[in-house]
Design a binder for this molecule. Structure first.
Ligand code: RET
Length: 282
């Protein structure tokens, strides 16, 4: 007899579906996104009203600050209505034995809308600090480019392979180096140029820059614990980012706008810039 057809008796191969655990937002997270959306809209309205009878030489900071909370409003609207989000799935991780747990996979909700928000608003926040301190355009641009690279690295880390992969933590590490570059640039050049603007502006810049440094540094820490290592649930992650976002955008904005009013050294000849560009020396 020929043996061309080999019907080996044995177990029939079957595809065993991997059980999936979904980590998604709950009622608390959903409500928090809507409340934050409302607070960002409210702040945008107040910032716009505050700029009403401000001379144009003082209006640039108002325009930028309003734009920052407008972008945050859009991003929170998207997230609250279920947009700008996806699931990142990977084999579960055993946090005790520090090995993959192949018994099931985890799909965690990732709000990529945050990265779109950060890519637009963190450059604007840096621009405000640099304009306040009088940092030149070349160094401001370098800080902003490094900042955008930082946010993109975070996006790639969040959307790339899940689990504890070299890819994910590689992007995260590159993002952290970009962040160090941003801090170094703004702190070094800002503190160098701001002294020419007098004590009032120096003190305001130091206060705002330290406040920003503290808050901004919390983002990669939360990212590592919640988004990266998945040690918190999605609602806790939303709550923490909400507190940070409210401090970094509306609170930072009110502080800047209300303080710089009485400081003529912070005036920017916006009307002149608009019609003739920046003046050149010589
Ligand atoms: C990521 C991950 C990659 C490494 C680093 C990060 C830093 C993020 C920061 C975000 C700041 C956001 C702000 C929002 C304003 O409302 C992208 C989390 C360093 C610093 C200030």
């Amino acid at each position: 007899t020929s043996t061309t057809s080999s019907h080996v008796p044995g177990p029939v191969p079957t595809v065993i579906p991997t059980p999936t655990e979904y980590q998604t937002l709950g009622e608390t997270g959903h409500r928090t996104l809507w409340v934050t959306f409302a607070l960002m809209v409210l702040s945008s309205g107040i910032f716009a009203l505050l700029s009403w009878n401000v001379p144009t030489s003082k209006r640039l900071f108002h325009v930028i600050t309003t734009l920052i909370t407008v972008v945050a409003s859009l991003s929170y609207f998207a997230m609250a209505t279920g947009h700008a989000t996806t699931f990142n799935c990977s084999t579960a991780w055993d946090h005790h034995k520090h090995v993959p747990d192949t018994s099931h996979q985890v799909c965690r909700q990732v709000f990529w809308g945050r990265y779109v928000d950060w890519a637009l608003t963190t450059p604007l926040l840096l621009l405000e600090l640099c304009l306040l301190a009088g940092v030149d355009g070349a160094h401001t641009l370098m800080a902003i480019v490094a900042d955008v690279i930082m946010v993109l690295c975070g996006l790639f880390a969040a959307l790339g392979e899940g689990g504890n992969t070299a890819q994910k933590w590689g992007w995260y590490t590159i993002g952290c180096f970009s962040y160090l570059f941003v801090i170094w640039h703004v702190a070094l050049h800002g503190s160098r140029t701001v002294t020419a603007k007098g004590r009032g502006v120096s003190r305001l810049f130091t206060g705002l820059a330290l406040f920003a440094l503290l808050l901004w540094t919390a983002y990669p820490i939360i990212w590592g614990i919640a988004g990266g290592a998945r040690r918190t649930n999605v609602d806790t992650e939303i709550l923490i980012y909400t507190v940070l976002d409210l401090l970094a955008k509306p609170v930072f904005g009110f502080w800047l706008l209300l303080s710089h009013r009485a400081m003529p050294e912070t005036n920017i000849d916006l009307a002149g810039y608009w019609s003739h560009g920046l003046a050149t020396e010589g």
